[in-house]
Design a protein. Structure first.
Ligand code: SF4
Ligand code: SF4
Ligand code: FES
Length: 403
Protein backbone atom coordinates (compact mmCIF):
# COMPACT_ATOMS: atom_id res chain seq x y z
CA UNK A 1 0.00 0.00 0.00
CA UNK A 2 1.09 3.52 -0.61
CA UNK A 3 -0.34 6.59 1.01
CA UNK A 4 -0.20 10.12 -0.29
CA UNK A 5 -1.59 13.22 1.25
CA UNK A 6 -4.00 15.67 -0.29
CA UNK A 7 -4.16 14.13 -3.74
CA UNK A 8 -5.94 16.45 -6.15
CA UNK A 9 -7.61 15.78 -9.45
CA UNK A 10 -5.55 14.33 -12.24
CA UNK A 11 -3.70 17.15 -13.90
CA UNK A 12 -3.04 17.60 -17.54
CA UNK A 13 -1.03 14.75 -18.86
CA UNK A 14 -1.67 12.66 -15.80
CA UNK A 15 -1.75 9.02 -16.52
CA UNK A 16 -0.29 9.11 -19.98
CA UNK A 17 2.00 6.18 -20.46
CA UNK A 18 3.25 7.06 -23.85
CA UNK A 19 6.50 5.90 -25.32
CA UNK A 20 9.08 8.58 -25.74
CA UNK A 21 9.22 10.34 -29.05
CA UNK A 22 11.06 8.24 -31.53
CA UNK A 23 10.04 4.95 -29.92
CA UNK A 24 8.19 2.43 -31.94
CA UNK A 25 4.98 1.29 -30.26
CA UNK A 26 5.12 -2.35 -29.33
CA UNK A 27 8.87 -2.64 -29.50
CA UNK A 28 9.14 -3.54 -25.85
CA UNK A 29 6.57 -6.30 -26.19
CA UNK A 30 8.31 -7.52 -29.31
CA UNK A 31 11.52 -7.74 -27.34
CA UNK A 32 9.84 -9.96 -24.78
CA UNK A 33 8.68 -12.37 -27.45
CA UNK A 34 11.89 -12.33 -29.38
CA UNK A 35 13.89 -13.05 -26.29
CA UNK A 36 12.52 -16.53 -25.78
CA UNK A 37 9.03 -16.12 -24.27
CA UNK A 38 6.91 -19.07 -25.37
CA UNK A 39 3.67 -18.24 -27.14
CA UNK A 40 0.42 -19.61 -25.79
CA UNK A 41 -0.25 -22.89 -27.51
CA UNK A 42 3.35 -23.78 -28.21
CA UNK A 43 4.08 -27.27 -26.90
CA UNK A 44 7.68 -26.92 -25.98
CA UNK A 45 9.50 -23.73 -25.37
CA UNK A 46 12.08 -23.48 -28.03
CA UNK A 47 15.45 -21.90 -27.60
CA UNK A 48 15.60 -18.16 -27.49
CA UNK A 49 18.37 -16.19 -29.08
CA UNK A 50 21.77 -16.83 -27.64
CA UNK A 51 23.15 -14.45 -25.06
CA UNK A 52 24.18 -11.29 -26.75
CA UNK A 53 21.94 -12.04 -29.71
CA UNK A 54 18.71 -10.13 -29.58
CA UNK A 55 16.45 -7.84 -31.47
CA UNK A 56 19.28 -6.35 -33.43
CA UNK A 57 20.41 -9.65 -34.91
CA UNK A 58 16.86 -10.70 -35.74
CA UNK A 59 15.46 -7.40 -36.81
CA UNK A 60 14.16 -7.31 -40.38
CA UNK A 61 16.16 -4.20 -40.96
CA UNK A 62 19.06 -6.62 -40.92
CA UNK A 63 17.44 -8.79 -43.54
CA UNK A 64 15.49 -11.17 -41.34
CA UNK A 65 12.04 -10.65 -42.86
CA UNK A 66 8.92 -8.49 -42.76
CA UNK A 67 7.71 -6.58 -39.75
CA UNK A 68 4.03 -6.49 -38.97
CA UNK A 69 1.25 -7.86 -36.86
CA UNK A 70 1.45 -11.66 -36.80
CA UNK A 71 -1.90 -13.36 -37.18
CA UNK A 72 -2.02 -16.94 -35.86
CA UNK A 73 -4.59 -19.37 -37.21
CA UNK A 74 -6.06 -20.98 -34.08
CA UNK A 75 -7.16 -24.01 -36.12
CA UNK A 76 -3.74 -24.61 -37.59
CA UNK A 77 -0.78 -26.34 -35.97
CA UNK A 78 0.92 -23.96 -33.60
CA UNK A 79 4.45 -23.07 -34.65
CA UNK A 80 7.13 -23.28 -32.02
CA UNK A 81 9.09 -20.20 -31.00
CA UNK A 82 12.02 -21.14 -33.26
CA UNK A 83 9.76 -21.35 -36.31
CA UNK A 84 8.07 -18.12 -35.46
CA UNK A 85 11.33 -16.32 -34.89
CA UNK A 86 12.61 -17.46 -38.27
CA UNK A 87 10.23 -14.98 -39.87
CA UNK A 88 11.48 -12.05 -37.79
CA UNK A 89 10.29 -10.48 -34.55
CA UNK A 90 6.64 -10.72 -33.62
CA UNK A 91 5.31 -7.19 -33.34
CA UNK A 92 2.44 -6.82 -30.92
CA UNK A 93 1.71 -3.20 -31.77
CA UNK A 94 1.56 -0.91 -34.73
CA UNK A 95 4.66 0.80 -36.00
CA UNK A 96 4.21 4.57 -35.82
CA UNK A 97 6.65 6.98 -37.31
CA UNK A 98 7.38 10.31 -35.72
CA UNK A 99 6.47 13.62 -37.31
CA UNK A 100 7.61 17.17 -36.71
CA UNK A 101 5.41 19.88 -35.17
CA UNK A 102 6.30 23.35 -33.96
CA UNK A 103 4.96 24.36 -30.55
CA UNK A 104 5.17 28.13 -30.09
CA UNK A 105 8.22 28.26 -32.33
CA UNK A 106 10.03 25.24 -30.89
CA UNK A 107 10.23 22.12 -33.04
CA UNK A 108 9.23 18.81 -31.45
CA UNK A 109 8.88 15.28 -32.74
CA UNK A 110 5.74 13.37 -31.81
CA UNK A 111 4.27 10.01 -32.74
CA UNK A 112 2.09 10.12 -35.83
CA UNK A 113 -1.56 10.14 -34.74
CA UNK A 114 -0.91 12.11 -31.56
CA UNK A 115 -3.34 14.88 -30.75
CA UNK A 116 -2.01 18.40 -30.27
CA UNK A 117 -2.81 18.08 -26.56
CA UNK A 118 -0.73 14.90 -26.33
CA UNK A 119 2.12 16.72 -28.06
CA UNK A 120 1.82 19.57 -25.56
CA UNK A 121 1.77 17.14 -22.62
CA UNK A 122 4.76 15.13 -23.81
CA UNK A 123 6.95 17.68 -25.54
CA UNK A 124 5.71 21.08 -24.36
CA UNK A 125 6.88 23.38 -21.62
CA UNK A 126 5.04 23.23 -18.26
CA UNK A 127 2.93 26.18 -19.41
CA UNK A 128 2.03 24.46 -22.67
CA UNK A 129 1.26 21.21 -20.86
CA UNK A 130 -1.09 23.15 -18.59
CA UNK A 131 -3.58 23.69 -21.42
CA UNK A 132 -7.03 23.88 -19.78
CA UNK A 133 -9.45 21.03 -20.41
CA UNK A 134 -12.97 20.22 -19.24
CA UNK A 135 -14.41 17.50 -21.44
CA UNK A 136 -11.08 15.69 -21.96
CA UNK A 137 -9.74 12.98 -19.66
CA UNK A 138 -6.64 10.82 -20.03
CA UNK A 139 -8.72 7.65 -19.86
CA UNK A 140 -11.42 8.67 -22.36
CA UNK A 141 -11.69 9.23 -26.09
CA UNK A 142 -11.79 12.95 -26.97
CA UNK A 143 -15.32 14.33 -26.72
CA UNK A 144 -14.58 17.73 -28.21
CA UNK A 145 -17.53 19.45 -26.55
CA UNK A 146 -16.24 22.30 -24.39
CA UNK A 147 -13.60 23.99 -26.62
CA UNK A 148 -11.64 25.33 -23.68
CA UNK A 149 -8.47 23.65 -24.95
CA UNK A 150 -8.30 25.59 -28.23
CA UNK A 151 -5.01 26.55 -29.90
CA UNK A 152 -4.12 28.41 -33.09
CA UNK A 153 -2.89 26.32 -36.00
CA UNK A 154 -0.97 28.18 -38.71
CA UNK A 155 -3.12 28.44 -41.85
CA UNK A 156 -6.36 27.32 -40.18
CA UNK A 157 -9.36 29.64 -40.35
CA UNK A 158 -10.65 28.76 -36.89
CA UNK A 159 -9.14 27.79 -33.56
CA UNK A 160 -8.61 24.05 -33.16
CA UNK A 161 -9.55 21.95 -30.12
CA UNK A 162 -6.17 20.57 -29.10
CA UNK A 163 -7.66 17.51 -27.37
CA UNK A 164 -9.17 16.19 -30.58
CA UNK A 165 -7.11 17.67 -33.44
CA UNK A 166 -4.46 15.28 -34.74
CA UNK A 167 -0.94 16.57 -35.36
CA UNK A 168 0.24 16.76 -38.96
CA UNK A 169 3.82 16.82 -40.15
CA UNK A 170 5.03 20.42 -40.29
CA UNK A 171 2.07 21.77 -38.27
CA UNK A 172 2.73 25.03 -36.46
CA UNK A 173 0.80 25.47 -33.24
CA UNK A 174 0.46 28.56 -31.08
CA UNK A 175 -0.92 28.20 -27.59
CA UNK A 176 -0.68 31.61 -25.95
CA UNK A 177 -1.98 34.23 -28.39
CA UNK A 178 -4.59 36.88 -27.54
CA UNK A 179 -7.12 34.98 -29.63
CA UNK A 180 -6.50 31.75 -27.74
CA UNK A 181 -6.61 33.38 -24.32
CA UNK A 182 -9.77 35.33 -25.17
CA UNK A 183 -11.55 32.25 -26.45
CA UNK A 184 -10.60 30.15 -23.41
CA UNK A 185 -11.75 32.92 -21.08
CA UNK A 186 -15.10 33.22 -22.86
CA UNK A 187 -15.71 29.47 -22.65
CA UNK A 188 -14.95 29.38 -18.93
CA UNK A 189 -16.89 32.57 -18.27
CA UNK A 190 -20.06 31.56 -20.11
CA UNK A 191 -20.06 28.15 -18.43
CA UNK A 192 -19.52 29.76 -15.02
CA UNK A 193 -22.31 32.26 -15.73
CA UNK A 194 -24.86 29.46 -16.09
CA UNK A 195 -23.53 26.60 -13.94
CA UNK A 196 -22.22 26.55 -10.38
CA UNK A 197 -18.47 25.93 -10.68
CA UNK A 198 -17.71 26.28 -6.98
CA UNK A 199 -17.00 22.57 -6.58
CA UNK A 200 -15.11 22.13 -9.84
CA UNK A 201 -11.68 20.53 -9.66
CA UNK A 202 -8.73 22.51 -8.33
CA UNK A 203 -7.30 22.83 -11.85
CA UNK A 204 -10.54 24.30 -13.19
CA UNK A 205 -10.71 26.79 -10.33
CA UNK A 206 -7.10 27.80 -11.00
CA UNK A 207 -7.70 28.23 -14.74
CA UNK A 208 -10.71 30.42 -14.04
CA UNK A 209 -8.50 32.67 -11.94
CA UNK A 210 -5.64 32.70 -14.43
CA UNK A 211 -7.89 33.58 -17.36
CA UNK A 212 -9.65 36.36 -15.42
CA UNK A 213 -13.11 34.80 -15.57
CA UNK A 214 -15.87 37.15 -14.34
CA UNK A 215 -19.35 35.61 -14.74
CA UNK A 216 -20.92 38.36 -12.62
CA UNK A 217 -20.61 40.81 -15.51
CA UNK A 218 -23.59 39.07 -17.16
CA UNK A 219 -25.82 40.30 -14.33
CA UNK A 220 -27.49 38.62 -11.37
CA UNK A 221 -28.67 35.02 -11.83
CA UNK A 222 -32.24 34.39 -12.92
CA UNK A 223 -34.46 32.56 -10.38
CA UNK A 224 -33.84 28.78 -10.23
CA UNK A 225 -36.23 26.35 -11.84
CA UNK A 226 -38.39 24.09 -9.70
CA UNK A 227 -38.02 20.31 -9.64
CA UNK A 228 -38.81 18.82 -13.05
CA UNK A 229 -39.34 22.18 -14.78
CA UNK A 230 -36.40 21.84 -17.15
CA UNK A 231 -37.47 18.28 -18.01
CA UNK A 232 -40.98 19.48 -18.93
CA UNK A 233 -39.85 22.25 -21.26
CA UNK A 234 -40.69 21.88 -24.92
CA UNK A 235 -37.51 20.88 -26.74
CA UNK A 236 -36.36 23.61 -29.09
CA UNK A 237 -38.69 26.30 -27.70
CA UNK A 238 -36.88 29.33 -26.35
CA UNK A 239 -38.29 32.06 -24.12
CA UNK A 240 -36.94 35.56 -24.67
CA UNK A 241 -34.45 36.60 -21.98
CA UNK A 242 -35.61 39.34 -19.60
CA UNK A 243 -32.49 41.40 -20.29
CA UNK A 244 -31.75 41.92 -16.59
CA UNK A 245 -30.63 38.53 -15.34
CA UNK A 246 -28.38 35.78 -16.65
CA UNK A 247 -29.90 32.39 -17.35
CA UNK A 248 -28.64 29.53 -15.22
CA UNK A 249 -29.27 25.81 -14.90
CA UNK A 250 -29.94 26.08 -11.18
CA UNK A 251 -32.41 23.43 -10.04
CA UNK A 252 -33.00 21.13 -7.04
CA UNK A 253 -30.51 18.31 -6.43
CA UNK A 254 -31.69 14.87 -7.46
CA UNK A 255 -31.30 12.50 -4.49
CA UNK A 256 -33.15 9.32 -5.40
CA UNK A 257 -30.84 6.50 -4.32
CA UNK A 258 -28.38 5.60 -1.55
CA UNK A 259 -25.15 5.87 -3.53
CA UNK A 260 -24.86 9.08 -5.53
CA UNK A 261 -26.58 12.37 -6.17
CA UNK A 262 -27.08 14.34 -9.37
CA UNK A 263 -26.67 18.06 -8.82
CA UNK A 264 -27.30 19.38 -12.31
CA UNK A 265 -27.01 23.02 -11.20
CA UNK A 266 -23.31 22.27 -11.64
CA UNK A 267 -23.57 20.53 -15.02
CA UNK A 268 -21.68 22.07 -17.94
CA UNK A 269 -22.82 19.44 -20.46
CA UNK A 270 -19.34 18.11 -21.06
CA UNK A 271 -20.76 14.66 -21.95
CA UNK A 272 -18.09 12.83 -19.97
CA UNK A 273 -20.64 10.99 -17.84
CA UNK A 274 -22.60 9.98 -20.94
CA UNK A 275 -19.52 8.51 -22.59
CA UNK A 276 -18.31 6.84 -19.38
CA UNK A 277 -21.71 5.21 -19.04
CA UNK A 278 -21.61 4.33 -22.73
CA UNK A 279 -18.85 3.33 -25.08
CA UNK A 280 -15.89 4.64 -23.10
CA UNK A 281 -16.26 2.32 -20.13
CA UNK A 282 -19.52 0.89 -18.92
CA UNK A 283 -21.64 0.16 -22.02
CA UNK A 284 -24.79 0.59 -19.93
CA UNK A 285 -26.17 3.68 -21.68
CA UNK A 286 -28.30 4.65 -18.68
CA UNK A 287 -27.89 8.37 -19.35
CA UNK A 288 -27.83 10.56 -22.44
CA UNK A 289 -28.31 14.16 -23.49
CA UNK A 290 -31.93 15.29 -23.78
CA UNK A 291 -33.53 18.61 -24.73
CA UNK A 292 -32.10 21.27 -26.99
CA UNK A 293 -30.22 24.55 -26.76
CA UNK A 294 -30.00 25.97 -23.24
CA UNK A 295 -32.47 23.33 -22.07
CA UNK A 296 -30.14 20.51 -23.07
CA UNK A 297 -29.52 18.29 -20.05
CA UNK A 298 -28.28 14.88 -18.99
CA UNK A 299 -31.21 12.54 -18.42
CA UNK A 300 -32.19 8.94 -17.87
CA UNK A 301 -34.57 7.31 -20.31
CA UNK A 302 -37.98 9.03 -20.01
CA UNK A 303 -36.49 11.08 -17.12
CA UNK A 304 -37.19 8.24 -14.70
CA UNK A 305 -35.47 8.25 -11.32
CA UNK A 306 -32.15 6.46 -11.19
CA UNK A 307 -33.44 3.28 -9.45
CA UNK A 308 -35.95 2.85 -12.29
CA UNK A 309 -33.33 3.40 -15.00
CA UNK A 310 -30.76 1.07 -16.50
CA UNK A 311 -28.10 2.41 -14.10
CA UNK A 312 -25.95 -0.25 -12.45
CA UNK A 313 -24.36 2.21 -9.98
CA UNK A 314 -20.81 1.69 -11.15
CA UNK A 315 -20.17 5.36 -10.41
CA UNK A 316 -17.93 5.76 -13.44
CA UNK A 317 -19.91 8.89 -14.30
CA UNK A 318 -18.97 10.34 -10.90
CA UNK A 319 -15.34 9.47 -11.52
CA UNK A 320 -15.12 11.64 -14.65
CA UNK A 321 -17.42 14.58 -13.77
CA UNK A 322 -15.25 17.72 -13.66
CA UNK A 323 -17.59 20.00 -11.74
CA UNK A 324 -19.00 18.00 -8.83
CA UNK A 325 -22.41 17.68 -10.50
CA UNK A 326 -22.21 13.96 -9.78
CA UNK A 327 -20.94 12.94 -6.39
CA UNK A 328 -21.28 10.16 -3.84
CA UNK A 329 -23.94 10.47 -1.15
CA UNK A 330 -21.17 10.29 1.45
CA UNK A 331 -19.52 13.38 -0.03
CA UNK A 332 -22.84 15.18 -0.50
CA UNK A 333 -23.93 14.55 3.10
CA UNK A 334 -20.61 15.75 4.47
CA UNK A 335 -20.70 18.90 2.35
CA UNK A 336 -24.27 19.64 3.41
CA UNK A 337 -23.28 19.21 7.07
CA UNK A 338 -20.29 21.52 6.61
CA UNK A 339 -18.04 18.57 7.38
CA UNK A 340 -16.15 18.21 4.08
CA UNK A 341 -12.38 18.48 4.66
CA UNK A 342 -10.49 18.03 1.36
CA UNK A 343 -7.40 19.71 2.80
CA UNK A 344 -7.10 16.87 5.34
CA UNK A 345 -7.76 14.10 2.84
CA UNK A 346 -5.27 11.26 2.40
CA UNK A 347 -5.34 8.79 -0.48
CA UNK A 348 -4.28 5.17 0.06
CA UNK A 349 -3.77 2.87 -2.90
CA UNK A 350 -4.79 -0.73 -2.40
CA UNK A 351 -6.29 -3.67 -4.30
CA UNK A 352 -10.00 -4.40 -4.36
CA UNK A 353 -10.80 -7.55 -2.39
CA UNK A 354 -14.18 -8.34 -3.93
CA UNK A 355 -13.06 -10.51 -6.85
CA UNK A 356 -9.99 -11.82 -8.61
CA UNK A 357 -9.64 -9.07 -11.19
CA UNK A 358 -7.45 -7.10 -8.83
CA UNK A 359 -8.51 -3.53 -9.55
CA UNK A 360 -6.39 -0.83 -7.93
CA UNK A 361 -8.41 1.31 -5.56
CA UNK A 362 -7.59 4.74 -4.19
CA UNK A 363 -9.26 5.15 -0.82
CA UNK A 364 -9.94 8.82 -0.08
CA UNK A 365 -10.02 9.19 3.69
CA UNK A 366 -11.09 12.16 5.77
CA UNK A 367 -11.11 12.11 9.57
CA UNK A 368 -10.55 8.34 9.66
CA UNK A 369 -13.46 7.64 7.30
CA UNK A 370 -13.46 6.50 3.67
CA UNK A 371 -15.37 9.21 1.81
CA UNK A 372 -14.77 8.22 -1.83
CA UNK A 373 -13.11 5.45 -3.85
CA UNK A 374 -11.46 6.02 -7.22
CA UNK A 375 -9.01 4.12 -9.41
CA UNK A 376 -5.89 5.50 -11.19
CA UNK A 377 -6.69 6.47 -14.77
CA UNK A 378 -3.45 4.86 -15.97
CA UNK A 379 -4.08 1.50 -14.31
CA UNK A 380 -3.86 -1.19 -16.97
CA UNK A 381 -6.86 -3.13 -15.64
CA UNK A 382 -9.34 -0.43 -14.66
CA UNK A 383 -8.27 2.56 -16.77
CA UNK A 384 -9.78 4.57 -13.91
CA UNK A 385 -13.15 2.85 -13.98
CA UNK A 386 -14.69 0.57 -11.34
CA UNK A 387 -17.82 -1.47 -10.63
CA UNK A 388 -20.35 -0.84 -7.88
CA UNK A 389 -18.50 -3.09 -5.40
CA UNK A 390 -15.13 -1.43 -5.75
CA UNK A 391 -16.52 2.11 -5.79
CA UNK A 392 -19.19 1.91 -3.12
CA UNK A 393 -18.66 -1.32 -1.17
CA UNK A 394 -16.42 -0.01 1.59
CA UNK A 395 -18.80 0.24 4.55
CA UNK A 396 -17.74 -3.16 5.92
CA UNK A 397 -14.19 -1.84 6.33
CA UNK A 398 -15.41 1.00 8.52
CA UNK A 399 -17.81 -1.17 10.45
CA UNK A 400 -15.06 -3.49 11.73
CA UNK A 401 -14.93 -3.43 15.53
CA UNK A 402 -12.01 -1.33 16.75
CA UNK A 403 -9.62 -3.48 18.65
S1 SF4 B 1 -23.45 4.84 -12.22
FE1 SF4 B 1 -22.65 3.73 -14.02
S2 SF4 B 1 -24.47 2.87 -15.02
FE2 SF4 B 1 -25.22 4.46 -13.60
S3 SF4 B 1 -25.39 6.32 -14.85
FE3 SF4 B 1 -23.33 6.34 -13.89
S4 SF4 B 1 -21.98 5.36 -15.42
FE4 SF4 B 1 -24.10 4.86 -15.99
S1 SF4 C 1 -23.01 15.70 -15.03
FE1 SF4 C 1 -20.79 16.17 -14.92
S2 SF4 C 1 -19.83 14.73 -16.37
FE2 SF4 C 1 -22.02 14.79 -16.86
S3 SF4 C 1 -22.23 16.32 -18.48
FE3 SF4 C 1 -22.61 17.35 -16.51
S4 SF4 C 1 -20.63 18.18 -15.90
FE4 SF4 C 1 -20.20 16.67 -17.49
S1 FES D 1 -11.11 19.72 -23.55
FE1 FES D 1 -10.88 19.92 -25.70
S2 FES D 1 -12.89 20.36 -26.40
FE2 FES D 1 -13.14 20.04 -24.23
Amino acid sequence: MTTTSGKGPAGPGGGSQAPAAGDVDGAAEADAVVNGAAAPGSETPGPGPAAGEGVTALHPANGAGAVGVTVADPAGSAPGPAERLAGGPVMLGQIRRTISVTLDGTEARVLEGSTILEALHREGTPQQADTPTLCWAPNMDPINACRVCVVEVEGARTLAPSCARTCEDGMQVRTDTDKVRHSRRMVLELLASSADMSEASGDVQRWMGEYGVDPERYGPPAPPTVDGERERRHAGHHSAPDGRTRATVEQPVKVDNDLYVRDYSRCIMCYKCVNACGTDAQFTFAIAAAGRGFDARIATEYDVELPDSACVYCGNCIGVCPTGALKSVSEYDKREAGNWRPEEETVTTTVCSFCGVGCNLELHVQQGEIVNVTSPSDHSVTHGHLCIKGRFGFQHVQNLPQG
